[in-house]
Design a protein around this ligand. Structure first.
Ligand SMILES: *Cc1c(COP(=O)(O)O)cnc(C)c1O
Length: 385
């Protein structure tokens, strides 16, 4: 079995290459001739996610995560909704991490109950509290590998053990770790989802998602996705394929720069607190060190003072763009209190640890020294003026 960078370049590629094309061509055709076998199972069609552009991605992604099968989708949310609707039925119950991506939180609390699928939220870092939420109808335990924006690390091994003991499927959103930093299947997770919009593609130019797992689960999920319709179009398949070839180079550099920035920020008096699992002080550091190859490219930190003071700091930064999302080549900065978590009341935010001065930073591929100097001038120019 080849190593990560070799898999990124060669896994799943046609042998020999199609018409000799070194780069996988875009198959811009919705349907395909089926002269010899016209049965429904053999139909090739974009919505069925089985064109040559889909197949090469499925093989490459499965090789990266070490799973039997993979399925690309039109977005991360398409992957998450198809995965949950593929394995859960009316009357089923799921346990979910109490600190999830906003879209997933809304899917679980607003949409799934209308289809008869209910949930309990649990603290994924406190195993002793889980059993109390278990019902005879519980089928799934759903977590994120690194929580956003505070970079919490769940008790991942305990979750897998708990799921095995109680016959649940362990499902994980591994978007923030990416297959470079973590392979959840090696730990025993049954289903893995990613927003490929983030690190896998890495260039902030498409939305895409992926579900990974064993063949029987993926067959059910693919069947559901084929009906829901969230297929990835061939152009986006091509861009995701191209973006993924540099995944390891990008993520390894982002790991490095994020750790350097987190360490520098922590030493600044003007910064109150830094949330990054790569720092020994972070409560999830030991767990992250045990399971992850790197701590990722997202970090958060707190400035003292009001929303306005924090906005002033963000406005003084010249390099990072103020935009939601993460995982691209350009550094992005957001303030969770007024963006991702603006829908909560101030009390709810305080309970979740999201203070007004909190800033989330997604590290791009700029040079560390340029980012550091930019942070320095934004933190201290006020004081010097
Ligand atoms: C962005 C994101 C999603 C949703 O992905 P989309 O591609 O925007 O649909 C899900 N989970 C996590 C952790 C994310 O960061």
């Amino acid at each position: 079995m080849h190593r990560l960078n070799t898999l990124l370049i060669h896994a799943g590629e046609a042998e020999p290459r199609l018409s000799g094309a070194v780069s996988m061509p875009i198959h811009q055709s919705v349907n395909y001739e089926s002269i010899h076998d016209a049965s429904y199972d053999r139909i090739t069609y974009i919505r069925l996610n089985n064109t040559p552009n889909h197949e090469v991605l499925h093989a490459k992604l499965a090789a990266l995560e070490g799973t039997e099968a993979a399925l690309v989708t039109a977005s991360g949310m398409a992957a998450i909704s198809a995965a949950l609707l593929g394995v859960l039925n009316q009357g089923d119950h799921m346990l979910a991490h109490n600190c999830l991506y906003g879209g997933t939180h809304s899917l679980i609390t607003e949409d799934l109950p209308a289809w008869g699928i209910n949930h309990d939220f649990v603290d994924a870092s406190r195993p002793e509290t889980w059993e109390a939420h278990l019902k005879s109808s519980t089928r799934v335990f759903y977590v994120e590998s690194l929580s956003n924006p505070l970079q919490g690390v769940p008790e991942l091994e305990e979750i897998v053990r708990f799921c095995k003991k109680h016959g649940l499927l362990a499902v994980i959103d591994s978007t923030l770790t990416s297959p470079v930093n973590f392979r959840p299947h090696d730990l025993g997770f049954d289903l893995i989802v990613h927003s490929a919009t983030k690190y896998l593609n890495g260039h902030s130019d498409i939305a895409a998602g992926v579900v990974l797992g064993n063949k029987p689960h993926l067959r059910m999920i693919r069947h559901r996705l084929n009906h829901l319709g969230g297929c990835l179009d061939p152009n986006s398949c091509f861009l995701l394929h191209r973006g993924m070839k540099t995944l390891a180079l990008r993520v390894e550099r982002q790991n490095e720069t994020a750790l350097q920035l987190a360490t520098w920020l922590q030493a600044q008096e003007a910064v109150q607190h830094v949330y990054y699992a790569g720092l020994p002080e972070h409560p999830g550091h030991e767990r992250a060190k045990k399971w992850f190859r790197g701590f990722g490219g997202v970090l958060s930190f707190e400035l003292p003072g009001s929303l306005t003071a924090t906005q002033g700091f963000v406005n003084r930064l010249r390099l990072p763009l103020q935009a939601p999302s993460l995982g691209g080549v350009e550094s992005l900065i957001t303030r969770p209190a007024v963006t991702s978590h603006a829908g909560m009341t101030a009390e709810q935010r305080a309970a979740a640890g999201i203070r007004d001065g909190l800033v989330r930073f997604s590290v791009g591929l700029e040079d560390f020294e340029d980012l550091r100097q930019d942070f320095e001038q934004a933190l201290y120019s006020q004081l010097l003026a």
